[in-house]
Design a protein around this ligand. Sequence first.
Ligand code: PMP
Length: 395
Amino acid sequence: MSRNWNALLSRRSPNLHGWVKMDVNQIFETPGVIYFGDGAPAREQWPVERLRQAHADAWEEAYDILSYGESLGHEPLRMTIAERMAARGSVVDPKLILVTNGSQQGLDLISRALFDPGDVVVVEGPTYFGALQAFDAYEVSYRVAPMDEHGMIPESLEPLLFDDPRPKAIYTVPTFQNPTGVTLPAERRTRILDMARSANVAIIEDDPYGEIYFTPEPVPPLRALDPEVIYLGTFSKTLAPALRMGWMAVPPELFQLVAHSKEAIDIMSDRFVQRAVVSASADGWLDAQLEGARSFYRQQRDFLLNALHREMPEGVTWTVPDGGFFNWVTLPETATAEDLLPVALRHKVGFLPGSCFYPEPEPQRSFRLSYPTMAKETIDEGSSRLGSAIRELLG
Ligand code: PMP
């Protein structure tokens, strides 16, 4: 006789869902589809040789590092991270930096420290689905902050912060947002930080794309303006996702809590990879690599924007990202991205519809396109198919 597992499951188990709540399998099951959904760096930017050498160097120290240790992170890596953050205007004591297995782990660690079942989290509408996946495990509820082409709108956010019950936190990707590509301007940043402080609401700033900027200068993170911001960073977009190397910078009051949680979950991050990341980024190498990456991704963005200009029917609008990997396309008033998707798949083109990026997956007029990994010809062909699908849908 087998066990009755249902009787053993936790109360929160129904909240442990996949990367998106929508069923998007139809996209991946469609043969020959051009998929505009990839959120990973382009192959052309993978620093394979540099990482191979950096790993070989780390293995030279194997007798020092094959055991347990450094649960807060390898000190030189924490210093490297602090230097990189300082270069973008955010001064952090390396002692307040905790190395994580990607920023995804940071989302879990901060949830463990802050959220009880029923607590309210304010998220951007739309927001990154992986954050919803992490927060949902802690049985939170959501208030969705409306956005325009400049990110969260302070006037609409304010009542959400002061309503009862008070939210615990705002989760935001203020710079080159996933999924919209938009960036919160300086004036909104200070207003939102002030509001959140006076409402006693934490700010969780997720910043994986901040170093992939197309503007002459980088955008300083929210953390640069307020050291109480809980900041999540990662090497997934600047080196490679499979390294699983990220970090969080947390206020001193929270540091022990998140450090203990990290220890409880996985004791420590991979000590070889941590050393490899230090030596791969040393001597200005990562900065030089990122200069190339920025112009590469800017060109990719331009390929997509030019194709959209050429192929989109009237009434369709899209964002113009100043960095990062994504742009957000909005259909004319009568149409939804969820209705478009099956039509698009018949035209052999796929994307993630807007509903994937909200806590409640209701139909949306918008969808996400990513541009980093596709050849220009594929972007052109995919956009042309998308244009045909939209024209068919709109009749
Ligand atoms: N946050 C955002 C906004 C992201 O786009 C991603 C990657 N898709 C992550 C977190 C997770 O990144 P990591 O690989 O560092 O866990």
